[in-house]
Each structure stands twice: as structure tokens, then as C-alpha cells.
Design a protein around this ligand. Structure first.
Ligand code: UDP
Length: 382
């Protein structure tokens, strides 16, 4: 099976990291076409996955920009579509991994009669998208996608609620479990480098964006003891510079500059997570999946997650982590303080989570699921 994968982003978000594991499965039979250059291209190359960055795609690749605009400006992206149509002749399938890849992939599928698979990494609801964007996405999926792979039941439910009718299967993200086994020596050194020795470290791992809720954690932090500090790992990937300024200002106004470290985008997530005492997820809108929640578990860390969307499928409150009401710093602070006090109980919860997540999200198991549904004769695509 030869697959032409399409992704609009050159940057590394959850959807892109997930695609690396899937495309790797197909080796030389895969080609990942990107609408923008960046670290994603480098990561694909490091993993020996064939990649092509399209020249002058003429499409606004900002994730938050309007899909309708993208569609309306199709006149200017004829060249991109032409390149994809030419390439697609040599492939059995077009696999769109992002929304603008869906727009272009749908047209290429129409012109080449190659089946279109759409990997849905989003909650298609008004919390995340404009009404027009939703309508465009749902119409294209219903009309052109032979198969939709949803990254959670929450994403699938939102798709159906928004009028989605295409053939849809839920497959969670997979993780290479061994990557999250980090030696203690590395951690001691990292703590020293970051001057965090003897601190209780809470890690927040996400791009800096209002709906990822870093501000909620900062508000909760002031209700926690002085030795508790926060590392914010991630960058503003899609132009959220104003939010980043607001976060810095908030930290300064609260006088907690020494307790909040902005580490920017990092490639050593397993090491940083293992260094933490607690991993916190604070999205204020439903999270489609929440890779960071699983990664925290795989590192053997207690995880507190915002109770909405995919997070509810990953975390069972009090069993393998903690769920708190989104947008509620008070409740978050209470749960952090509980973790500080009940260390033995919390350690067992984290251990449970690590064992459970290692089985449930093992990339080998997940990849088998992906291969099975892509091959499945019951799928309309094949
Ligand atoms: N991530 C990373 N470096 C960072 C911050 C985040 O590699 O500095 C990774 C993180 O480990 C996770 C992904 O980015 O695998 C984010 O995925 P998630 O599903 O949590 O959120 P999304 O970006 O898809 O909204």
C-alpha cells in the first residue's frame, strides 16, 4: 500500500508527531507532502520518511485561519493541487492529516479517483472553529472521505453532532513506550542545569495558546506552597504572541517570576517530564486527545487533567490520575495540594497509570489497528 500523506504544517504539534509514527510504518511506500517547511520536515527526515515540501503553496497555513478563505483562494493554489495530483498517480491513497490538507486532498481525490482518508485530530465544535469552517470541513469529509480516523471518541462524537456521516473509526495515538524510560542520572543533571534542585516541579507541556490554559495553572500556583514551581514547556506555534505577553505580565504582576520558568519548545519531553513531580493539563476547551496526558503517565508521573473531551477517555479520576473542572484554578490548586500531601497514594496512582498506558497506547498495538482499518475490505475505501 503506497500512501501520500498531506499536512499543512511545518511545525511540530500533536497531529504531526502522531503522523511520524504512522508514516514510518509504510517506509519507502510513504511520502509526506508538507505545505510549509520547518522542524516537522527535519523530524521526518531523521526518521527516514520520504518528505516533500511543496513550493509556494499559496495557501494560508496558519491553523486558525479561515477554511473558507482557504477554499475561496483555491484559484491561487491550483499549482499546489496540480503538484499533488501528479504525485498521487503513484500512490494508492491520499491521507489528509490536517484541515487544509483535507481541502486540497479532497480535490486531488476527486481528480485522481484515489481514495481519501482523513485523520481527524480536532473536536469539530464551535469551541474550536467558526461555523463556516465547521460546515466546510464536514461537507468535504462527508462527500470525499472514504474513511475518517478519529483520535478519540470525543472527536468522533463531535463530528457526528456537527453532521458528520462518513465511515469513522476511533484510533488513539500510539507511543514508543521505551522512549519514556529515562535514567535518574539524566534527571539530576537536568535539574541542576535548570536550577530546580529541591523544588516540587509541576510541568505543563503544550504550545502556548489561550485554550491550553497556562494562565489557569499560574493562578493555581499562587495558592500552593513556595517550594512549588512550574515549568511551561512549549511555544506559541500559531502566532499567539499576545497571549505569551499576557502570561509573562501575569507572572510579573503576581511577583512569582522565580517560580515560573518558560522553557520554550523542547525536544526532550520524556526527560523533562521525568524530572517533574506532577504533570498538569489545563485546556479550557475540550481536548481532542491530549498526548501530553499519556506521556506524563508513561513517565510514571501523576497527571492532573481538565475534565473534558479526550482527557476523560484517558484518565479515570483517582485511579490513574486526576480530573478537575476546566477553567477552575481553585480546584486545580486543591488537587495539587492533595498530591503534595498524599504522596504514597499518588505514587500508586502514577504507577497504575504507567502500567495501564504502556499497554493501552503502545505504538505497535496502535499501528496494527491503523493498518487493519486501512486494509479492511469493509471500509468503503478499499
Ligand atoms: N511537545 C513537544 N515540545 C514542546 C511542547 C510539546 O514536543 O515543547 C509535544 C508534546 O510532547 C506532545 C505534543 O507536542 O506530544 C502536543 O500534543 P497534544 O495532543 O498534547 O496537543 P496538540 O499540540 O495536538 O494540541
Amino acid at each position: 500500500m503506497k500512501i501520500l500523506f498531506l499536512d499543512q504544517s511545518g511545525k511540530l504539534g500533536g497531529a504531526e508527531l502522531c503522523l511520524v509514527d504512522i508514516a514510518k510504518l509504510y517506509g519507502k511506500n510513504a511520502l509526506v507532502g508538507l505545505f510549509a517547511d520547518g522542524d516537522f520536515r527535519k523530524l521526518l527526515e531523521t526518521n527516514h520518511i520520504p518528505v516533500k515540501v511543496f513550493k509556494n503553496p499559496g495557501i494560508n497555513v496558519n491553523k486558525d485561519s479561515n477554511l473558507f478563505t482557504a477554499l475561496a483562494s483555491l484559484g491561487t493554489v491550483v499549482n499546489l493541487i496540480q503538484q499533488i495530483v501528479n504525485l498521487a498517480q503513484d500512490y494508492d491513497m491520499i491521507y489528509a492529516n490536517t484541515q487544509k490538507a483535507l481541502v486540497v486532498g479532497a480535490i486531488a481525490s476527486l481528480l485522481t479517483h484515489k481514495p481519501l482518508v482523513y485523520h481527524l485530530h480536532d473536536i469539530l465544535s464551535l469551541d474550536h472553529f467558526s461555523k463556516t469552517n465547521l460546515q466546510v470541513a464536514i461537507t468535504l469529509i462527508n462527500k470525499f472521505a472514504s474513511l475518517v480516523i478519529a483520535n478519540s471518541q470525543a472527536s468522533k462524537n463531535a463530528f457526528i453532532a456537527a453532521g458528520g456521516k462518513a465511515n469513522i473509526e476511533v484510533v488513539y495515538n500510539g507511543f514508543n513506550v521505551n522512549n519514556y524510560q529515562v535514567s535518574e542520572n539524566n534527571i539530576t543533571e537536568l535539574k541542576q542545569q535548570l536550577q530546580l534542585t529541591n523544588k516540587f516541579i509541576i510541568g505543563h507541556f503544550s504550545r502556548l495558546s489561550p485554550w491550553k490554559g497556562q494562565h489557569i495553572l499560574i493562578d493555581a500556583l499562587v495558592k500552593c506552597p513556595e517550594n512549588v514551581i512550574v515549568i511551561l514547556v512549549g511555544d506559541a506555534l500559531f502566532g499567539e504572541d499576545e497571549y505569551v505577553n499576557q502570561l509573562h505580565q501575569k507572572v510579573a504582576t503576581l511577583g512569582i517570576e522565580s517560580r515560573v520558568k518558560f522553557l520554550g519548545f523542547r525536544n526532550d519531553i520524556p526527560q523533562l517530564m521525568t524530572m517533574c513531580d506532577l504533570v498538569v493539563h489545563t485546556s479550557t476547551a475540550p481536548e481532542p486527545f491530549g498526548r501530553v496526558i499519556v506521556e506524563g503517565m508513561l513517565c510514571g508521573k501523576p497527571v492532573i487533567a481538565a475534565k473534558a473531551g479526550g482527557a476523560i477517555e484517558l484518565v479515570e479520576d483517582g485511579i490513574n490520575g486526576f480530573l478537575v473542572t476546566p477553567n477552575n484554578p481553585q480546584e486545580l490548586a486543591q488537587t495539587i495540594n492533595y498530591c503534595l500531601q498524599e504522596t504514597e497514594i499518588v505514587k500508586n496512582i502514577a504507577k497504575n497509570a504507567q502500567i495501564n498506558a504502556s499497554q493501552r497506547f503502545d505504538v505497535n498495538v496502535i499501528n496494527q489497528q491503523i493498518q487493519a482499518i486501512i486494509k479492511s475490505p469493509t471500509s468503503a475505501a478499499f
